[in-house]
Design a protein around this ligand. Structure first.
Ligand code: ZN
Length: 314
């Protein structure tokens, strides 16, 4: 298949939700709001700000309503709330601050059971219901297919199953369909193939991709997805992230790493790398640990001359 590199991609920042949900250290609402503010300062215009799930299952997201109450008033920013069911959708809508509902369907029965207590087919139905609720309330709904490239419990996932789910979610009125490598097992050839197949059934809807870097293939997969026509990319400042219900899941691709790679390759992200790196360093202090991001450690390139002399003489 011929590559079709676009000259710009839309970045969706997922650090306040996917980035934090698996972290043991409780992060305060004010710190979450500062993270959101820093992402906006860096140029992010779509942010997954929280999830409306059972606080006993995901304690880090227990302050969803408080986060929403503190969101800046920005007409130019789309705030996304992740929801798993009607109850979550109603909570998100009731805040009056969520512009877009994010629904998640899971590709296999065993993972769907672990993640949200329903079958894969049930998770598609629930997502369609959420998208309908979003539309009825004057919002938009987007859909993510979790474990699109492999399941922690069932192993390989048939590609036709993902294509079939994508078609159903597009039919339900989602504004975009995302393929998520929840456990970081995808490879670039698989990604190119599946993005191509899904584009065929959901066009003209865009395809978004969501990669975890569990096995070091995150950026390669992302590049391959863009080459196959994906135009929207999820990423998390610092590269934090993980799924509480997926054994061994590691961080999302880091926003600063993605921005560095794409901008250097001539694909515009609308993001400011220096501001992202500062956000990484701030987040490392909040989380009391180093972030997985590589660019957060190494910095951008080319560097300003003064920094060059200082740091790269050896
Ligand atoms: Zn994720």
């Amino acid at each position: 298949m011929a590559d079709m590199y676009t000259d710009c991609v839309e970045m969706v920042e997922v650090s306040p939700r996917d980035g934090l949900q698996n972290e043991k250290l409780p992060v305060g609402t004010q710190d979450k709001l500062e993270l959101i503010g820093r992402a906006i300062d860096a140029g992010v215009r779509r942010i997954e700000v929280t999830s409306f799930v059972n606080p006993r299952a995901v304690p880090q997201m227990a302050d969803a309503e408080q986060v929403c109450a503190g969101l800046p008033v920005r007409d130019d920013v789309t705030f996304i709330g992740l929801v798993m069911n009607r109850r979550g959708a109603e909570r998100a809508i009731a805040t009056g601050r969520i512009d877009q509902l994010g629904a998640v369907s899971v590709s296999t029965d065993r993972f769907a059971m672990a993640n949200q207590g329903q079958t894969s087919a049930g998770s598609v139905e629930a997502a369609c219901d959420i998208i309908a609720l979003a539309r009825q309330s004057g919002r938009t709904g987007q859909a993510t297919i979790a474990a699109s490239f492999g399941c922690p419990f069932e192993g390989e996932v048939p590609e036709h199953r993902i294509v079939e789910m994508a078609a159903a979610l597009a039919e339900a009125g989602a504004v975009e369909i995302a393929l998520a490598d929840t456990i970081g097992v995808a490879n670039p050839a698989h990604v190119a193939r599946l993005v191509g197949k899904v584009r065929e059934v959901v066009a003209p809807l865009p395809v978004r991709v969501h990669f975890h870097n569990t096995r070091g293939t995150g950026l390669a997969n992302l590049w391959s997805a863009i080459g196959a026509g994906a135009t929207i990319v999820d990423a998390s400042i610092g590269g934090l992230g993980g799924c509480p219900f997926a054994p061994g899941a590691a961080g999302n691709v880091a926003t600063e790493d993605v921005a560095y790679m794409l901008e250097r390759a001539g694909i515009s992200t609308g993001l400011n790398l220096d501001t992202l790196i500062m956000a990484n360093h701030w987040l490392a202090e909040v989380m009391q640990k180093n972030m997985p991001s590589m660019v957060g450690k190494a910095g951008g390139f080319p560097r300003p001359r003064a920094q060059n002399d200082e740091k790269e003489n050896a």
